[in-house]
Design a protein around this ligand. Sequence first.
Ligand code: ADP
Ligand code: MG
Length: 719
Amino acid sequence: MPRVRESNVVAAQWSPNGSIGTGDLTTPGSSIYGANVFGPDEQRQRLPKTIFRQLQATIDRGEPLNPGLADAVALAMKDWALERGATHYTHWFQPLTGSTAEKHDSFFGPEHGGTALAQFTGKELIRGEPDASSFPSGGIRATFEARGYTAWDPTSPAYVIENPNGAYLCIPTAFASWTGEALDKKIPLLRSMSALNKSALRALRLFGDTTTARVYTTIGPEQEYFLIDEQFFYQRPDLVATGRTLFGAKPAKGQQLDDHYFGSIPERVLAYMLEVERELAKLGVPIKTRHNEVAPAQYEIAPIFENSNVGTDHQQLCMQVMQNVARRYGLVCLLHEKPFAGVNGSGKHNNWSMSTDDANLLDPGDTPHDNLQFLFFATAVIKAVHSHQGLLRASIAGAGQDHRLGANEAPPAIISVFLGKELEDVFTAIAAGEPAASAAREMMHLGTHVLPDLPRDTGDRNRTSPFAFTGNRFEFRALGSSQSPSLPNTVLNTIVAEAIDALSEELEARMAGTKKKKGKSLEDALTEVIRVNYTTVGKVVFDGDGYSDEWHRKAAKRGLKNLRTTPDALPELISDQTVAVFGNYSVLDERELHSRCEVLLEQYVIKVNIEAETAADIAATMLLPASARHLAMLREAGLTDLAEETADLVSSFTKAIKTLQTANLDENHPTDLMEEAEYMRDAVIPAMNEVRHFADKLERMVADDLWPLPRYSEMLFIK
Ligand code: ADP
Ligand code: MG
């Protein structure tokens, strides 16, 4: 039997490993939720009361951490971890690459007399010093001052990771240079959350709220992914090296039947999902939904939302667990944005809101007062997105995303806001300065100072919008599936903080009045502020089909940005406007912004380069030889016409490979990073596409037993 077919047979075989069923879910003892987390319950039991209270104050109210606490916490944490079999600990952090980093240290240190003693004090808990020189810093850290340090983040709980042969304690940490610059993705996120907290509290005071002590942002990222059998994965050097297929003809059966979305979940996949969810539950990551996605072999997992910092850490954990557990089922979990051409790619829908301890600020609410406040915050979000479209676009840029954004199944690269008909009507009516007409009339009688009764979760959906209001939150749908949610949320929090402040100022001025003019009531002032602002920022609101050509034309007319590729988008990270807003809110200074832009550009170049070299190698050493053998076979069989046709194709293929190899040569790459990124986009990617074009044609001609790569029709459909 030819090689590929044989592996299909193996891939199709699967039997459950392990016992069936779980414990009795009505008994509290069988709940595994949070079992491997050093959370509040464990802390309460293990820490002296005063220390526990102080730690909670830091966690809940963001009060500065008393370093004196650290020793007691470290001791309790260590005992707890040792009881769970952890021999090592690590400061777990998120360098600028977007992945996570950990270096394990043993708890045990040698004692004289030849014994070992578990050591872990407050000093070790609070600060670690990894050899940071090999993490990208985008020029912040010269090699002579290569040290960086990690600092414990007490607001994200520590947890134990289990392995068949042991366990270790993970301590979420921030990562900074000795000069205090953020070298990671956590610090700016935390800074942006503080910024938003401050601005939102100021606004709440205007609405007469004198008690709320903090506002925090929440995220619930819906994660899309593919699962394929590992047999196929390891036969594809492109998947192994780059996470996506660089070759592959469209299968006869694609997703045109639309039979996969929300379809029943195949048994092996369901078994996998259940184990992923169980592992995540132990780690305190709450999972809410699972379902099939649109493409064959594509699925989605979504957690219950949490505060942005913990939610971001948990999202990283989620991706890690998803990939690890897959191997236990003979599967590989693909998180790439576009693993297969011609079928849907994978995104991460970032549900986002602002919340007090009691209420979601983007929930329209039941009373007119709540509605007013909601309209204020919703206006701020629209204003923020309008002012910083380019920056939002840049925050989700990356090589994988360039295959997805703007394609027919993903949000377009133009950032617009979808509000849903009812809410859009309300805004339009306010902007027009008139009581709303017809449909909206019952809901809002602004002219008579009776405040609008706003629609709640209308179920209105617009799948083509990159930034949609979904009833009580906004959903930033353009994130890539492999992406850390950190930067997009840092951007969102910061720009919304700025917009809230701008609106608050306008509101304050109108409510205060002048010597000649009496101040206005909150309702009147707000109506005016919304009218004035919405007239401009409403340009970013769009409820039509974001994929259509018509929208592209309209958007251009409205002056909206359409930054199609990563090199187009990334300069937005260092634009004057970005530097100003990030500086004003002390989230990232200019150097830190430049470093991020540089690292992201570098990553783009490196990723495309790896793809291009992998493509050239596969083409030259696997596909071309197969095609040549096939050609020889045709000639031997005397199939002259077919042989001639094939020979033409093979010769075009050979030429395309040569062109790609030349494009890949170091000496042909510009030295300036930005120019190199553009070169990758304009010269290398097209050369790669050309090679693929001929390869995919050949795939349909070359004898099945000669073609060396598993096909889409196998990878996507054999489960
Ligand atoms: P849909 O299919 O409607 O997009 P899902 O149920 O798949 O919705 O996912 C919705 C996500 O939105 C979940 O992760 C959920 O926790 C999250 N979410 C709900 N409310 C909020 C909120 N206030 N802030 C942030 N995320 C939220
Ligand atoms: Mg969903």
